[in-house]
Design a protein around this ligand. Sequence first.
Ligand SMILES: *Cc1c(COP(=O)(O)O)cnc(C)c1O
Length: 475
Amino acid sequence: MDPLNESELSADALDLVARAAPGYLDALPDRPVSDPASWHRLAELGGPLPEDGEGTLATVGRLIDVGTATATHSLGPRFFHYVTGGATPAAQAGDWLTSLLDQVSGLWAASAFATEAETVALRWLKELFHLPESHGAVLTPSATFANLTGLACARQWWGERHGVDIAAEGLAGLPRMPVLASGYVHVSTRKALQILGCGRDTVQVHARDDAGRIDLAAMDRALSRTQGPAVIVGTAGEVDTGDFDPLADLADLAEAHGAWLHVDGAFGLFAAVTPRLAHLVDGVERADSVASDGHKWLNVPYESGFAFVREREWMRKAFGAWNAAYLRSGDGEERIDYNNLGPESSRRARALPVWATLRAYGRQGYRDMVERHHDLALRLGDLVQRAPDLELLAPVRLCVVCFRYRPPGVDGAELDALNQRLGAELLADGRVLAGTTVHRGMTALRPAIVNWRTGEREIDLLVEVVRTIGARLSG
Ligand SMILES: *Cc1c(COP(=O)(O)O)cnc(C)c1O
């Protein structure tokens, strides 16, 4: 069936989604995060490619039915796995509008509206995080892409120091780019380096303990020994504990050794929005590049990330100048082509939900939310410390709480196996979701609290579910 024959159904199809929304959203606070018993319905997605098509409304209706039943309801307040934000009301509506308008947003000439929204959203983000307004910036699909963006600029800078324009000529003939980090470095930095041809295993880790905390003196010595310029990667918000590298010290090291400092602040950069926590990111304003996420603590729908680069010129050098006649840019300071500042070409207008949420709730709204989540993390840490069968494994810094189930008399490998089973049972149970990690050799839970809907009720439920399942498994 040619879609042209159903053209009058466009609004009806959107209306189906809109009509499914109230029931879905209203149920979120009380329904389990996931319902494995519903997954048999995933079979309804299958079958051969239809010859003639099922038609607009039947198809959209089916997708709504299967989706609302089988999806992971991470939009709700009980999802603590990974670092997963929800979507604020304004952000979610902004995201729907993004689909309605379907802008291609990398070129000013293709959408002045999307470009302007991105420019404003990025300026507001710099204000929110107290980053200099002169920084270059671009929206990306994720923090992984934001790390890729920052490290591509670092690589371009590093190449020029060796007399090579890497964007034009590639890496052939150059030595390995030295990359130094603490043990807090996130896998996405390795992935970015792997994509960039720098190699994911080239990261030199300088840690002074098994938690991965930085050994500044060792890093300083290594930088002194390094031939030519180097890249330092700092982490603001480590995934297992929410801890921070000392960014001001890293900025000092970078300055002393003429290195590039990249900071991965996927969720930790949000410490900057409240005076209570801003000291944790002191020095981030001195970094050469900074990566962060919108779909985590900004509570913007997937996908959303942002990269900031002190000297915008590196973005243009790393990503611009493709010289395709049909993509010729209007350029200039006013008419930015974001294609030329980041890794994507065609891209959706992901600025709209970012713009909407910042406009709707403002600096104070985000400050309130981050402080509330910090309070909730402290509450969880407190509940853990007071429970005889739970053990807090790291101080609560921000929004992540690292702990394990530890009934009296269980130790060593048996304890790790118990916590692994507990993690698996939590996923199967579905009332709350949290995942396991390995922290300092110990299997642990590491719930992250970044969803705007989450409150004390959900924190208490998490503790209750963990203790009930733990008792059943060890009883
Ligand atoms: C989540 C995270 C990333 C990767 O972010 P994506 O948005 O999943 O690509 C990178 N670094 C840190 C510290 C993170 O927590």
